[in-house]
Design a binder for this molecule. Structure first.
Ligand SMILES: [Zn+2]
Length: 277
């Protein structure tokens, strides 16, 4: 694809308030800053009100623009990827979870077909709409869509890891627990380089926190022959993956660099490859 501007993005409120089959209740959506809680002139429910319809469109366009901006920023990584259509479901009913902001839905994405599904979760929607309603002068400064796009690039590894995540064997869950530092570490590396990671400030500290967490999780799991959804979701919650993970990836990159020995001769020979007819 020639540029991020050419991406076909469909950001949509989900369920869409104007969809008659959405069984929408006013309370699900009336919390949105700027929402007008009034019937229409024809006596229809408030979600059909002209100013609310305009509000949905504003949120959808805003989401679309922010996504495009992020794609543009990391376009060199994305440009050879197959893109047909990107869907972004704006989830105001909080289907996914209490703390998350956005997501890459690998289960509903298909790199072969070039179709990808993302979500905006209620926490992020709250900030988007407060910002649009001028109740908030700044958005969170994390690279949210760059992060989710890195997950897209990592699709197949995420898919592989997910079978360990949902297995009921503790050993598989422990494996996924470790892999989650990889997944979120890669996706959050840009945030680390941008100086946006809080909490951990060195590779040494990150290793120490990882080792302590891993030992604890391993010991907790040793009490179970099989795990269930509750045990697993507790184990995979928290922010350490996001804060510790990128430092671990940085440490591993350092190791890869030292193995490759990017010395003068190697560098010059690679440059030579660029110039061959
Ligand atoms: Zn992530």
């Amino acid at each position: 694809m020639s540029s991020a501007q050419a991406l076909q993005i469909n950001a949509y409120m989900s369920p869409h308030p104007l969809d008659e089959d959405s069984f929408l209740e006013e309370e699900w959506i009336s919390w949105l800053p700027g929402y007008v809680k009034e019937e229409t002139e024809d006596g229809l429910p408030s979600y059909y009100h002209d100013s609310n319809v305009a509000l949905y469109e504003k949120i959808e366009t805003f989401t679309n623009d922010l996504f495009k901006k992020a794609a543009e920023r990391i376009w060199p990584l994305l440009k050879d990827h197959h893109f047909k259509k990107v869907f972004i479901s704006i989830d105001y009913s909080n289907y996914r979870g209490d703390t998350s902001l956005a997501g890459y839905e690998y289960r509903y994405s298909n790199p072969g077909k070039g179709t990808y599904q993302f979500s905006v979760d209620r926490n992020l929607l709250h900030r988007y709409s407060a910002f649009l309603d001028e109740k908030l002068d700044k958005l969170p400064n994390m690279n949210i869509w760059e992060h989710e796009l890195m997950h897209l690039l990592d699709h197949w590894e995420i898919l592989k890891a997910s079978s360990f995540a949902h297995s009921d064997l503790p050993l598989n869950n422990l494996r996924y627990y470790a892999l989650k530092y990889r997944e979120e570490g890669i996706a959050n590396l840009l945030d680390l380089l941008d100086g946006k990671i809080k909490g951990i400030s060195s590779i040494a500290k990150a290793k120490e926190v990882f080792a302590a967490n891993y030992t604890k999780v391993k010991s907790d799991l040793s009490n179970h022959k099989k795990t269930d959804d509750k045990i697993r979701s507790e184990m995979y919650s928290g922010y350490d993956f996001y804060e510790v993970g990128p430092w671990i990836i940085l440490d591993m990159l350092d190791e890869i660099f030292s193995l490759t020995e990017i010395d003068t001769d190697w560098f010059m020979s690679r440059l030579g490859n660029y110039c061959q007819p």
